[in-house]
Design a protein around this ligand. Sequence first.
Ligand code: UDX
Length: 433
Amino acid sequence: MKIAIVGTGYVGLVSGVCLASLGHQVTCVDKDFTKIKNLRNGVIPIYEPGLSELLKKVENNINFTDNLGDALIGCKAIFIAVGTPQDEDGSADLKYVIQCAEEIVEKSKDDKVIITKSTVPVHTGEKIKKITDSRKDIKFYIASNPEFLREGCAIFDFINPDRIVIGSNDDYSKDILLEIYSSFSIEKIVTTDIATAELIKYASNSFLATKISFINEMADLCEKTGASIKNLSYAIGLDSRIGNKFLNAGPGFGGSCFPKDIMAIVNMSKKYDCKLSLIESVIDSNKIRQEKMSKKIVAILDNQLSNKNITFLGLAFKGNTDDTRYSPSISIIKKIARNNCIIKVNDFQALENAKKDLAEFNNIRYHQDPYEACTDSDLIVIATEWNEYSKLDYSIIFSKARDKKILDLRNILDGEKIQKIGFKYFAIGKKND
Ligand code: UDX
């Protein structure tokens, strides 16, 4: 099928390339012509494992343009995948979605299904419907198809979805979406109305964020009581009603979705006079989390940060991405860097983004090499769960570090091995001896 996707951000670009890999003829549209020019040359603006290789493979099925009118010619379905940034009050700002719908309505020359892929508040479909009502000469159908891709493994997630949600209030748009996803088993597909589809995305992200905050609070309790969060997570995860995923305690959740979406659902619910006190407390719990992590660092350094070198291994909000949006690592560094100390940082993909986030500080040193970042260090903080950090040679790091202390905020190291080398090892959810 001929499909257009507006927005070549993370969701739009990954979805476009993956839809092309299903055999559809996809046109990706973006107003940023430099981005379009780069994409035409195979240059991808984000780091996502496997994406540039897949783009090369599907190059005959995909093209890029800044001209929406051209992209609309002959296409039955058009996805809106533009950003829904956070407004000042925490709500999702729909201005790009609305602008996009208005332009589609203005430039279309025949019937179209308009599908929102962006995460949008419940009843956004109705707002789009009102815009389309202004054209009487052609017919627009509205649908919702929220995206559940995780950064860092987005292509795997697209090919192996837990479910595909199709929200529609009419049979035609439902059938078009069923045709688009016809390569997937029908058991994977949930068809529902638009409002429910819109809310499913927020509910999923809120539940996952709650699960993480729950395990983080259990980690605090483990530290106080001498219990082990690793064993606790493993044991409760064996209960199939709980499930073993998203039970890794850490410095709190970040990224472009969870923090923004839980604020948005709370805000949205207030408009319906429905208080989501559980999710409100998840917002608080995650905020406090980063404060707690920086206090932990200060305590390990005996409240003496002056003239200390503190290393942060990892700046991205999680491993396998260059994304630093709402990264716990960045937020903790911001708290620590206000002191008279030197912060030495490393990341495998996120150094450039972090430089922008931390531009206000002149006591941060950026290192491409993790071993260099650990040289003369008084404390090494593992802040992002890059697999590579568990594979470093810690005996080399031991010889380079000044004081021999590691704080593993992601519990990725083998504590016993690290202690045998001679380090003092601090982890999450484990009482320090
Ligand atoms: C998330 C959702 O998983 C995805 O379905 C949605 O489309 C977008 O938002 P993403 O933001 O890419 O995906 O990252 P995810 O892997 O879900 O991790 C989010 C945050 O939670 C990260 O900061 C991560 O480190 C943290 N996390 C995750 C934990 O602290 N513990 C865990 O057990 C899992």
